[in-house]
Design a protein around this ligand. Sequence first.
Ligand SMILES: N[C@@H](CCC(=O)N[C@@H](CS)C(=O)NCC(=O)O)C(=O)O
Length: 210
Amino acid sequence: MKLYTVPLAPNPMRVTLYLAEREALGCAFDIERIIVNTLKGKHREEAHLARNPWGTLPVLELASGTFITESLSIIDYLEAAVPGPRLLPDDPEAMAVARNIERTVEVRITFDLAWYVHCQKSPLGLPPEPERAAELAQRIQPGFDWVNTLLADGRPFLSGQAPSTADCTLAAFLQFMRFTDTDLLGNRTELRRWDEAYRSRDTVRDLFMM
Ligand SMILES: N[C@@H](CCC(=O)N[C@@H](CS)C(=O)NCC(=O)O)C(=O)O
């Protein structure tokens, strides 16, 4: 398999974190990682558009030649195809709860947070849009409140006692937020506790660029 990726960008980063979490559990991935330099516009060139007409990253190329172009679909595939301990629980109810948390984080926080970053200080060079950034920052607040409440029982990870895909997703997008040198977490102590603890773990610490 080949994983087309780029450091810092949040959707590639959630896959990077996912792989690190499972490697720490003893899983071995036969994946060649190939950087597509978005700063140089390589993701808009023909070679990458042939892999993914949307021009986005990450992309996973399977041995069959199939390209998987959505980060969560890549994770789903790796959960199903690569043997060994998985991040999602086997129990259907526990799996649904874990996925629900992941999906809520994505829909309520990360979609807007990604655009917030681009409006504030875009790594892709998009023009600043301060008014839109302020509006997006407000829209994210209920999502952060929800996560803060979820963590109020003292759980170390978003889904409970072990890392899940939800942790990978939120941590990846909070790193992206840090690229802007702004902090939208406010005085949410539980969210800050999780954030500090998650990214300082040996498993993932060296993967974070900021
Ligand atoms: N829904 C896609 C989103 C992928 C995406 O937007 N990737 C960003 C990096 S985080 C990208 O490649 N942006 C470049 C562009 O849109 O030009 C996923 O989850 O993989």
